[in-house]
Design a protein around this ligand. Structure first.
Ligand SMILES: NC(=O)c1ccc[n+]([C@@H]2O[C@H](COP(=O)([O-])OP(=O)(O)OC[C@H]3O[C@@H](n4cnc5c(N)ncnc54)[C@H](O)[C@@H]3O)[C@@H](O)[C@H]2O)c1
Length: 258
């Protein structure tokens, strides 16, 4: 029960990595606010309440500053404070350069980078007033190295790292740490999409084949799970990480070593 009495906000919590992080914090006693732009977030919250967590769910589009501010203000009002905010909502598309539209570029940058900025800004307003807080941002292996056919996604995730470092320097004086993490190949809906789209563009891979090929290149020889990622995020939110800020940490079975 490391997080008993702590209020934790998680975006992109309706499935995948965000759902796994939410489960971990609920299990460790936190009061958890799940946010997402899809209704499924309500059933995830209901399932976490069944295991005893204090959990609320909120529909929010992280690209909309008014919705984001309203989310954090309502949680702070209802729960009294915001201790940890995890900016995890993200989207990807996979396209050769010639087919990549301006609309897609804007969408990926808006959700993955601007969304992180807006949530950090809204959460920090409350954390600065408290004199403490933890901001934790989801980057990607593609914040370390751009992959083929995802220039917009790689740019959006490299952006998260720069934003994390800059905010870590500004907010340190207010007692707030800011860190990011880079998942590698994590078995979620997003990776099912990646496997299908990259598989078609890179050859004649049947569903699952490309992922299996890439997993063979991972030193630990398996895809990651949302629970693997949640372990790192919980550490970054814990007292044990009090002296860590401005860092970006890979959670990828050794896929990228840098
Ligand atoms: N799965 C992987 O292998 C992998 C690898 C590296 C990085 N990531 C990153 O991890 C994060 C979670 O990925 P995942 O695999 O769980 O993805 P997912 O597609 O399973 O879930 C994405 C979540 O983001 C939410 N979301 C999308 N757009 C939103 C918006 N505008 N406003 C609010 N919520 C929005 C969705 O509702 C959902 O809850 C993303 O930032 C992704 O880029 C994933």
């Amino acid at each position: 029960m490391r997080f008993a009495g702590k209020v934790v906000v998680i975006t992109g919590a309706s499935r995948g990595i965000g759902e796994g992080i939410a489960r971990r914090f609920a299990t460790e006693g936190a009061t958890v606010a799940l946010a997402s732009n899809e209704d499924r977030v309500h059933s995830v919250a209901a399932a976490l309440r069944e295991i005893g967590g204090q959990v609320s769910s909120h529909i929010v589009d992280v690209t909309d500053s008014a919705q984001v501010s309203a989310l954090y203000d309502s949680i702070a009002r209802d729960r009294g404070r915001i201790d940890v905010s995890i900016q995890n909502a993200g989207v990807i598309t996979i396209k050769p350069l010639a087919d990549l539209t301006e609309r897609e570029w804007d969408l990926i940058m808006d959700v993955n980078t601007k969304g992180v900025f807006l949530c950090c800004q809204a959460a920090a307003r409350h954390m600065v007033a408290q004199g403490a807080g933890r901001l934790i941002n989801t980057a990607s292996g593609q914040a370390r190295q751009g992959f083929i056919y995802t220039p917009h996604y790689a740019a959006s995730k490299f952006g998260v790292v720069g934003l994390t470092q800059s905010l870590a320097k500004e907010l340190a004086a207010a007692g707030i740490t800011v860190n990011a993490f880079c998942p590698g190949i994590i078995d979620t809906d997003m990776w099912a999409y990646n496997d299908r789209e990259w598989g078609q563009l890179l050859g004649t891979y049947a569903p699952g084949e490309l992922m299996a090929e890439w997993v063979r290149g991972i030193p630990l020889k398996r895809a990651g799970t949302a629970a693997d990622v949640a372990g790192l995020v919980a550490f970054l939110a814990s007292d044990d990480a009090a002296y860590i800020t401005g860092q970006t940490i890979n959670v990828d079975g050794g896929l990228i070593m840098s």
